[in-house]
Unconditional design. Structure first.
Length: 575
């Protein structure tokens, strides 16, 4: 981890501009060599890894959960086979789950291939990727600012903040931890490009672009990264020119050098929208109106800020708010405007504030709800990358403010405050991570936090079914079915449970009624055919499977069942 990006002279200049705050401390670090010791960065990096493993130790023993883990791994026949040629082609062609993220599929397949179908190894992969990202974030900030203490605190906040537990403890959120690692590798390569003076420096820009594309192939939320790189140009790279004309000329140059990044973002925006629309995950304006969306955007931006400092009552799947009071929207809008105005006013002497605040606003844009994906109002996992900007603004801002008070200039006091804050978040995150032991603890807690939440009921129903508690399973699934009756998924899952419980007559009635609303559901036709066959109505079962073949001629299960029924008819005729 090099720290040659900023010399002591440069830091002194920054202090005169009011940028580095208590830079006298950083200069003492500088004069003592490598931040107070050549091995200090290594020890701090090891400390970050230790923090991550301590906070998430309970996750190593956690199981798969009955929400997406079924689709991504243990009920996915292709992933369960490990790395295969067919699996490779499928990973790059499928839009299952409403996403195109081939690297996520391949990562799951690789673990199954090498280590088997065990949740321990899938959880371990997520935790290792998270730890690597924390170390990489520390390395980036340390290289760009030479501020070892502040860089460590920012990376430690990423390591232990409770809002990031969902991204790390949820196996299906491999896309979060994988895309984060590629995003930070892209940033690091970009920093090397920006600081290099040799003729071959553009190789680092190409490397940054490559990592960016790999990140997009893990999660399309990274489409805002080119704008985040521009923020890094503003601070701490300070590549914006001086004077009005010079500044705009520099900005235009910086935008042009990222033209390929913006092009990649545009392509993946299109791919992401098509994938979500293909899975019927994009809510229409008729379903979620423009006015409601903008109200939810403003309130959610502020809600994330609240959870930044008070990360309690965290759940999975926060449902859309039935009604958003107008005064909530007004207060949220005024607060966001006030913060933005204050940041802009202070930006001339405290560039890190503008960089951090706008990083948060921009990185959150793809998932804040302007384009409404699914039926959640917000999600903890969405804060994974955006909060980095807030951590930077807060840590550098607190250090700058503390530099005005003699008491807080004492290094021991700074270390003590840092330890208390990290311990506060770490203990809270450890308790939150323990909830991911299984679906019962996780979604039971979620229901107690969010109140009525049909998607949590769905996950609980599937969990109780898997452990044989059918009464509880049907009770929860009935809630899901009643509240989300406009989704074919609720009809299919409820029918599957009826078939599994051998309640075939009820399954037949449900499937027939559901097919009136969803005539293109192959799964409903298959469940109808199975139920009819089980009750001895083989001719009607054959008709159900023939209808399924009309909808999807390539379904192998349908073809197999039709073959069985036709052979049975031939055999009976022969007899």
């Amino acid at each position: 981890m090099r720290r040659d990006a900023v010399s002591c002279g440069g830091i002194a200049q920054y202090e005169r501009e009011g940028v580095m705050g208590t830079s006298s401390q950083e200069c003492r670090d500088c004069s003592s060599g490598n931040g107070g010791g050549g091995n200090l960065p290594f020890y701090l990096a090891c400390g970050l890894v230790l923090l991550v493993f301590v906070v998430y130790e309970s996750v190593f023993g956690a199981s798969f959960i009955t929400f997406d883990d079924t689709i991504y791994i243990y009920d996915n026949d292709i992933v369960r086979q490990g790395l295969t040629g067919d699996g490779l082609l499928w990973a790059f062609s499928t839009l299952e789950t409403g996403n195109w993220h081939p690297l996520v599929w391949l990562s799951h397949m690789a673990i199954v291939e090498l280590l088997g179908l065990n949740p321990f190894w899938q959880h371990t992969a997520n935790i290792v990727l998270h730890a690597a990202s924390c170390v990489l974030l520390f390395a980036i900030l340390y290289r760009l600012t030479s501020a070892a203490f502040r860089s460590f605190v920012v990376a430690a906040l990423l390591a232990v903040h409770p809002l990031h537990v969902e991204s790390v403890a949820w196996i299906s959120e491999r896309k979060d931890v994988l895309s984060m690692l590629f995003a930070l590798l892209s940033v690091y390569a970009y920093a090397l490009y920006a600081q290099a003076a040799d003729r071959d420096r553009r190789r680092w820009l190409l490397a940054s672009l490559l990592f960016f594309v790999l990140g997009l192939m893990s999660k399309a939320m990274l489409v805002s990264l080119p704008l985040l790189l521009l923020l890094l140009d503003y601070w701490p790279l300070r590549r914006f020119g001086s004077g009005t004309s010079g500044r705009w000329a520099a900005v235009w140059t910086l935008v042009k050098e990222k033209c390929l990044f913006f092009a990649a973002s545009g392509v993946f925006c299109g791919v992401a929208y098509f994938a979500q629309a293909h899975s019927d995950s994009v809510s229409s304006l008729e379903r979620v109106g423009a006015g409601y969306r903008m109200a939810n955007v403003l309130v959610s931006y502020v809600a994330y800020l609240y959870k930044l400092v008070a990360p309690f009552d965290l759940g999975v799947l926060y449902p859309l708010r039935p009604v958003i009071p107008k005064w909530h929207v007004l207060l949220a809008g005024l607060l966001l405007l006030a913060i933005t105005a204050g940041v802009v006013k202070l930006a001339a002497r405290n560039r890190f504030l503008a960089m951090g605040w706008f990083w948060y606003l921009i990185a959150m844009l793809p998932v804040i709800g302007i384009v409404q994906i699914g039926r959640q109002s917000m999600a903890d996992r969405y804060a994974y990358i955006p909060f980095i900007g807030l951590y930077i603004a807060i840590v550098w801002g607190v250090c700058a403010l503390a530099g005005r008070f003699r008491f807080f200039r004492n290094r021991a006091v700074g270390y003590a405050v840092m330890a208390v804050v990290i311990a506060y978040f770490g203990v809270t995150a450890h308790a939150q991570a323990a909830l991911w032991k299984n679906s019962g603890t996780l979604f039971g807690h979620t229901l107690s936090i969010t109140g009525p939440n049909p998607y949590a009921n769905k996950a609980l129903g599937q969990y109780y079914w898997s452990i044989g508690e059918r009464k509880k399973a049907f009770a929860n699934m009935q809630v899901y079915y009643d509240r989300v009756s406009d989704s074919v998924d609720s009809h299919v899952i409820f029918a599957e449970m009826l078939v599994g419980a051998q309640r075939y007559s009820e399954a037949i009635r449900l499937a027939q009624d559901s097919l009136q609303r969803f005539p293109d559901s192959v799964r409903l036709y298959k469940l109808l055919g199975i139920s009819l066959y089980a009750t001895g109505k083989k001719d009607e079962a054959l008709q159900a499977f023939l209808k399924a073949r009309e909808v999807d001629p390539d379904d192998k299960d349908v073809a197999k069942n039709i073959g069985i029924l036709l052979r049975g008819k031939t055999s009976n005729a022969t007899e």
